[in-house]
Design a protein around this ligand. Structure first.
Ligand SMILES: [Zn+2]
Length: 423
């Protein structure tokens, strides 16, 4: 069986392709990209962009341990609905992914239940406790694509140094959630004017910035490659920019909520605007947007963090951190970055495909003859209103409910199979 995706604007940032072409899919692969192609079946892509399936380096699929929030199966369906065909899962499940058996468990569950590609990352310390280093060589041998203690940071600089040395030896990227836990003090949102007005305990930006700085310095000392996760503040960006100017091996990601919302959103959205790092001030939002335009930010990731309605429907301080993001990623990028004139469409797609794939060396994020048919077809002009009740995710925790966005995913293919099609 062959399928031709016809009449679309084919964009492949990895090769610089951006042209009106057809894409022929045979079996699991793209076999031809050209003009006037035909196949057994046709997918009409007139007015649509045809690009590589999106790659998201930061998702929480909650399996094992928290299957009422999300499973590998439901998370993969949410990804497909968002045009995402490759995800890197975080290891803060219960039990955590901190040994070879657990990485194999993830891979098996993904094979059995996921409709897209799931690449597990593994914990850097046992139980994510920040003390005892995991067997990274073994973790890598069974398929872990990176190491991270995401959800928290390794507090001891001595342990962090050893972790980074071992990660460098194993040629694994360390993905850093930067947080000085001693400054947490029950903090629930960004510390500033809004937290003071609301009478909520704050999390100062310095909590994040101190550890971005420390982690980059320790990575330089250890010769490790470090990737800073979900950077949220202006000074955090400045530290990363300086490190890059010095030629250090550092990359970073940010998430759509950090360029679209400030801490004011807590007033409107309540616990659905509670995440870690927290939404910062308007000046930080501007700095993040600027950093994306300048290229200081290497890629976009969602930090898709599902929680059930009952868990979020509590007093602000008691609610868990995190929001879902897979099904709004593409539209928030198109609406708030491309339409706003901050980046060109091709660059926006690169930030969600070739750039993250390259960062971890994943065989994904490109559209080429002979390569896997992981494809996203979307209408960049069509609009939709966010309705969490329609999400494929098991969770509904989004601050974007009711928001009118541009960009509708028409179809998603993974290894040549249609895994999502707009009905
Ligand atoms: Zn995190």
């Amino acid at each position: 069986m062959s399928l031709v995706i016809k009449g679309g604007h084919v964009i492949d940032p990895a090769s610089g392709l951006s042209d009106m072409l057809d894409v022929l899919v045979e079996g699991e692969n793209v076999t031809r990209i050209g003009k006037d192609l035909s196949g057994d079946e046709t997918l009409d892509a007139c007015g649509c962009v045809v690009c590589p399936g999106l790659v998201d380096l930061h998702v929480h699929f909650r399996e094992p341990g928290f299957e009422s929030k999300e499973t590998i199966a439901s998370g993969s369906r949410a990804a497909a609905r968002g045009g995402v065909t490759s995800v890197v899962t975080m290891p803060n499940t219960n039990p955590p992914i901190d040994n070879a058996g657990m990485v194999e468990f993830c891979n098996r569950r993904a094979r059995e239940t996921a409709c897209i590609k799931v690449w597990p990352s593994a914990a850097a310390t046992k139980g994510r406790q920040g003390f005892e280093i995991t067997e990274m060589a073994e973790l890598k041998a069974v398929g872990a694509v990176a190491v991270t203690d995401d959800g928290s940071d390794i507090q001891s600089s001595w342990v962090m140094r050893r972790v980074l040395e071992y990660a460098a030896m194993c040629d694994l990227v360390y993905m850093a959630h930067c947080e000085d836990a001693s400054l947490m003090e029950g903090g629930a949102m960004n510390e500033g004017l809004v937290s003071t007005k609301l009478g909520l305990p704050g999390m100062p930006k310095q909590m994040e910035e101190i550890m971005i700085d420390r982690n980059i310095r320790l990575a330089a000392l250890s010769g490790a490659r470090i990737h800073i996760q979900h950077v949220s503040s202006e000074e955090g960006i400045n530290i990363i920019r300086r490190a890059k100017e010095q030629g250090l091996q550092v990359t970073c990601e940010t998430a759509p909520h950090y360029w679209t919302l400030s801490d004011e959103a807590v007033t409107r959205c309540g616990t659905n605007a509670k995440m870690n790092p927290p939404l910062r001030e308007a000046s930080d939002v501007r700095a993040i947007r600027q950093a994306i335009a300048e290229g200081v930010i290497d890629c976009i990731a969602t930090d898709h963090a599902p929680h059930t309605v009952t868990e979020k429907d509590v007093e602000f301080q008691l609610a868990p951190f995190g929001i879902v993001g897979l099904e709004t990623l593409l539209s928030l990028t198109l609406t708030e970055l491309v339409q706003a004139g901050l980046v060109r469409l091709e660059r926006a797609i690169e930030l969600m495909t070739a750039a993250p794939a390259r960062l971890l060396g994943l065989p994904a994020g490109e559209l080429r003859e002979g390569g896997p048919a992981d494809i996203c077809v979307f209408d960049p002009e069509a609009q939709w209103t966010v309705e969490a009740a329609k999400f494929a995710s098991l969770s509904r925790n989004t601050p974007f409910e009711g928001r009118l966005l541009k960009g509708v995913v028409k179809a998603t293919l993974c290894d040549g199979r249609i895994v999502y099609r707009q009905s």
